[in-house]
Write a protein that binds this ligand. Structure first.
Ligand code: C2G
Length: 446
């Protein structure tokens, strides 16, 4: 008797799951299905699992393909299950290709083709809890986005749009999703849109996505002009849609813990914030060659403005920018100074100058320091006058961290607005205003 095993969360049970189990069963005579516990999903960084374990087991059982259902509770369990149950074939979807090759020493490993259009053949109503996401743009950030979507339950990457046909095709083949050349076809196939195209194209794409009644998650900087930010938020509100600026730090659990501690009063009243983020970039890249929209501030300014706006608010007295420029005029290293009635702040970012990336928050009783990469906060310290008195805080940050913003975006779409405070609309509007002021100062013709 040929024994086959497969595992999964099987949340919001859909056709992709059904087809996977059907083909897994067909590989042998006896199929064991391992269903993950909530605790295990948490440790492996899968967010937003909706259905309780019993419902997920019941849905697997109802397919009639499983001869036995077991619970998957920990990372090392697959290896021991293969031994324990005398497994001949381990199988899982092709989104995991390569990931379980270590089991090849003990059994056959088969990666079954993942089902692409999980909602095309099954009744849409049945799948209405799964949001189909479409990606606009195929750059580096879009590459990081797709694997993160996989770890958020309730959302599935449907396809990608890029006016450059070849780029869309290549991207779609790599991630086994659909490529769309026509924007109308793209909108017709998706429920929500993730915009990861060049900065200057965001505004037009946001408007067109909203006009097609799609919720929008847009990469930072969302737009580069204050009036445009106000306009798109107004439009989203009018249509009852969610428009979200994707600054991943804002949704990162460690960063939120840090802001909470900073505002708790333990360091007294906050008087100074210094945030720095630099990343040496290849001089040939768009960021350093696009003389209109490139440069350090448009690329990284959102990160360094975030803690300042979170801690001091939007009512600064004055703003000043200082920049070191490359020969082509692009800012290589930029400092924004925002002065408030009771505090001062500086944010520094650079693509062509390297510095210590840190976030320092000084108060009347003590200070908080988070070293690089504070924008993916996992650790920070609270210090006081007495140098021996140090409090240390840690928090998990999984993968590339985009899963946190995707998960919060999804909760908002599903009517839970409890994450809204993490990056408010008015904070996004002020960031657009500061981008606009910076570009004006630089005499860029945007
Ligand atoms: N699947 C699929 N097509 C989809 C979606 C999912 O074929 N459109 C497959 C996955 O590849 C997996 C199974 O269905 O084999 C269950 O998917 P999930 O519930 O998302 O579980 P997953 O996180 O992939 O669990 O230990 C857990 C396993 O390693 C994988």
């Amino acid at each position: 008797m040929k024994k086959v095993i497969t595992y999964g969360t099987f949340d919001l049970f859909h056709e992709g799951h059904y087809r996977l189990l059907q083909r897994a069963k067909a590989l042998g005579d006896y199929l064991i299905v391992g269903v993950t516990t909530e605790a295990y999903d948490k440790t492996r960084g899968k967010l937003n699992v909706v259905d309780p374990l019993m419902t997920r087991i019941e849905n697997v059982r109802k397919t009639g393909f499983a001869d036995e259902v077991i619970i998957e509770e920990s990372r090392g369990q697959k290896f021991s299950d293969v031994k324990k149950y005398g497994i001949d074939i381990f199988t899982v979807g092709s989104d995991w290709t390569g990931e379980f090759d270590y089991l090849k020493d003990y059994c056959e490993v088969v990666y079954l083709e993942r089902t692409k259009n999980i909602s095309s053949t099954m009744l849409r109503e049945k799948n209405s809890r799964i949001q189909r996401i479409g990606i606009i743009g195929t750059g580096r950030i879009a590459e990081r986005f797709v694997p993160e979507v996989k770890l958020v339950s309730g959302v599935s990457t449907q396809g990608v749009y890029n006016p450059h046909r070849q780029s869309a095709k290549k991207f779609a083949e790599k991630w086994k999703i659909d490529a769309y050349e026509d924007l109308e076809d793209f909108y017709a196939a998706v429920d929500i849109v993730y915009i990861a195209s060049p900065h200057e194209t965001h505004y037009a794409y946001i408007k067109s996505a909203l006009q097609h009644n799609k919720h929008v998650l847009c990469e930072k900087p969302m737009v580069l002009v204050r009036a445009q930010a106000e306009e798109v938020f107004r439009e989203a509100k009018k249509r009852g849609l969610i428009l979200f600026e994707g600054i991943k730090t804002a949704y990162c659990p460690g960063f939120n813990k840090l802001i909470g501690i900073a505002c708790s009063g333990i360091i007294g009243s906050i008087r100074n914030v210094e945030a720095c983020f630099t990343k040496i970039e290849d001089p040939e890249r768009r960021e350093l060659t696009d003389t209109v929209y490139g440069g350090s501030f448009t690329e990284m300014g959102s990160y360094i403005m975030l803690p300042i706006l979170k801690l001091f608010g939007e009512n600064f007295k004055d703003v000043r920018f200082d920049a070191i420029r490359a020969e082509n005029g692009i800012d290589l290293f930029t400092r924004i100074s925002l002065n408030y009635p009771n505090g001062i702040s500086t944010g520094t970012c650079g693509l062509g100058v390297k510095s210590e990336g840190r976030l320092l928050i000084a108060g009347t009783k003590g200070y908080i320091i988070a070293e690089a990469p504070w924008w993916k906060t996992t650790y920070f310290e609270v210090h006081y006058e007495n140098p021996l008195e140090v409090e240390k805080y840690t928090e998990r940050f999984l993968g590339d961290g985009l899963r946190y913003e995707i998960s919060d975006f999804l909760s908002m779409i599903n009517g839970n607005s409890s994450s809204e405070f993490k990056l408010t609309r008015s904070e996004s509007v002020v960031m657009a205003q500061l981008m606009e002021q910076f570009l004006e100062m630089e005499n860029r013709n945007v």
